[in-house]
Design a protein around this ligand. Structure first.
Ligand SMILES: Cc1cc2nc3c(=O)[nH]c(=O)nc-3n(C[C@H](O)[C@H](O)[C@H](O)COP(=O)(O)O)c2cc1C
Length: 175
């Protein structure tokens, strides 16, 4: 027996998804937003996409400053992910709340998160308004990863446990 999936839960049939911490806004005023809806788009040119709701403060920061950085956290940072996803940077300093450390991005004016193991710095290529989320397409200008968490061009899950979002408040990781 297969049951119909209601529209609200439909995206979760495409989970689990790697939860990312996206940073945006100029270094001093930078903000952090957890993002599960991301997609690699192209290798040449290097393009990646994130789907962001216009309700998010981060949406206005990316629109205004046209840069964002994708930071790959570890499962150990689940608490920081939950904190950053439960308040808005409009009225809270998430760096302090989540106890994360700001570091300057290499190629763009925003912060990256020192505690994360991978970073993709993007310049906004275009925004596609597609529904209740918009797709921000980023042109990758720098990408780097912790050597220990990486082997032969792929993430090494023997050394690093990814925070995988199943949907709602539920997360899992790899064995
Ligand atoms: C695990 C997780 C994944 C999320 N994924 C997305 C997403 O892909 N797109 C989105 O717009 N919001 C997503 N959110 C919600 C935002 O992170 C949340 O509303 C956040 O507080 C917005 O912060 P801001 O107002 O400072 O930008 C997610 C939240 C969590 C906890």
């Amino acid at each position: 027996m297969k049951k119909d999936v209601e529209a609200l839960n439909l995206p979760y049939l495409l989970h689990p998804k790697l939860t990312l911490l996206v940073t945006c806004g100029p270094f001093e005023e930078s903000n952090i937003i957890p993002i599960a809806w991301s997609v690699p788009i192209s290798r040449t040119p290097p393009l990646v996409g994130i789907a962001v709701s216009p309700k998010r403060y981060s949406y206005s920061l990316i629109e205004k400053y046209r840069v964002f950085a994708i930071n790959v956290p570890t499962y150990d940072q689940l608490n920081a992910i939950k904190v950053c996803g439960s308040v808005s940077g409009r009225d809270k300093n998430k760096w302090e709340m989540a106890k994360l450390t700001k570091e300057k991005a290499k190629k763009i004016d925003t912060a990256i998160i020192r505690e994360c193991i991978g970073h993709i710095e993007c310049v906004l290529d275009r925004k596609l308004e597609l529904g209740d989320h918009s797709l921000f397409v980023g042109k990758v200008v720098a990408a780097y990863v912790e050597e220990e968490a990486y082997a032969s061009g792929i993430l090494n899950t023997l050394k690093f446990k990814p925070p995988l979002h199943l949907g709602k408040e539920v997360f899992t990781t790899t064995l």
